[in-house]
Design a protein around this ligand. Structure first.
Ligand code: NCD
Length: 318
């Protein structure tokens, strides 16, 4: 397994939340918090990464993750290169590693990688030169560590005591890298209870190994929760077509006004985006008073700044 920490326990790559010490996760959240003013957009420019080059290397579509990584790098004063690989030489048959080596030859210090294959970011981390860092921006259904960190920051700003926290993740946990990383982070930070609410085809294969409780009825699963995280149904990662219509899914598992009667009044409603309105969540709920979905987006900039500052700060060639 690729090592994420150097000999001094400092972050070297960020590939997965699994195995990272709670103290390090807390340090990332605290650093992110220092970039967030009480109100308004995250901090103005700071010179922490001046002279460094950050390459967003995306082999898969993205809206929030790519743009917030770009903004985060720019706020740290890094030079940023955005590569959407379907549009480049991959269409001419270039191997992913040759794309990586080419960009490394141009002086990249940090690669932010999104890829459809599980383990792709770790594979790249094995190949980069010493001193070059790889940040996983989502690999297949495996992990999405910065999303989990921004989710934890969003929760912590409202509900700081994780030891009392019950979190329900609703929907396609089986195919969700976000859910897998959220579950790792919630365990590491000591959350009291993690529930997965889903129909059988979207349940994780071995929920017992994930340390979660499972529910196949929404009302039952939402009772007493502090946070509910809805997920998109990730059809593109499924081996077989899902045998549930969007209408049936919404009726049984959608975050709708009717279904949320079981949700405690002070619970937070979250979603990593992109949302499918009227399927896993209704628009009035996504933009309603209990939703923190847009806070998640804003906190994503601060978290990505924190990770890049901690990984690349003081290490890149200036
Ligand atoms: C997610 C992703 O790409 O894993 N979105 C995100 O990064 N904010 C979730 C999804 O695609 O449904």
């Amino acid at each position: 397994m690729t090592r994420q920490l150097d000999d001094d326990g400092r972050l070297r790559h960020l590939l997965t939340i699994a195995g990272l010490p709670a103290a390090l996760l807390t340090e990332i959240l605290d650093t992110a918090e220092s970039f967030l003013p009480e109100t308004g957009p995250p901090v103005k420019k700071v010179p922490l990464l001046r002279g460094a080059t950050v390459v967003n290397l995306f082999f898969e579509a993205s809206t929030r993750t790519r743009t917030t990584f770009e903004l985060a790098a720019k706020r740290l004063s890094a030079d940023v290169l955005n590569m959407q690989v379907e549009h480049s030489s991959k269409t001419k048959g270039e191997h992913d590693l040759d794309t990586l080596f080419t960009l490394q030859a141009m002086g990249a210090d940090v690669f932010v990688v999104r890829h459809p294959d599980n383990g792709a970011a770790a594979g790249f981390a094995e190949q980069v030169a010493p001193g070059v860092a790889v940040l996983n921006a989502g690999d297949g259904s495996h992990a999405h560590p910065t999303q989990a960190l921004l989710d934890m920051l969003t929760i912590r700003r409202h509900k700081p005591d994780f030891s009392g926290l019950t979190v329900a993740i609703v929907g396609d946990v089986r195919h969700s890298r976000v859910a897998h990383s959220d579950i790792d982070a919630l365990h590491a930070l000591g959350a009291r209870e993690i529930r997965v609410i889903a129909p059988p085809p979207l349940m994780p294969a071995e929920p017992g190994n994930l340390g979660v409780r499972t529910h196949d009825r929404l009302a039952e699963g939402l009772a007493g929760v502090d946070v509910v995280i809805a997920l998109r149904i990730q059809h593109e990662r499924m081996q077989r077509t899902l045998d549930i219509t969007p209408e049936d899914y919404r009726r049984d598992f959608g975050l709708t006004a009717e279904n949320l009667q079981a949700l405690p009044a002070d619970a937070l409603i979250m979603h990593p985006g992109p949302i499918n309105r009227g399927v896993e969540i209704d628009a009035d709920i996504a933009y309603g008073p209990r939703s923190v979905i847009l806070e998640q987006v804003r906190n994503g900039i601060a978290v990505r700044m924190a990770v890049m500052a901690m990984i690349a700060g003081g290490r890149h060639r200036v």
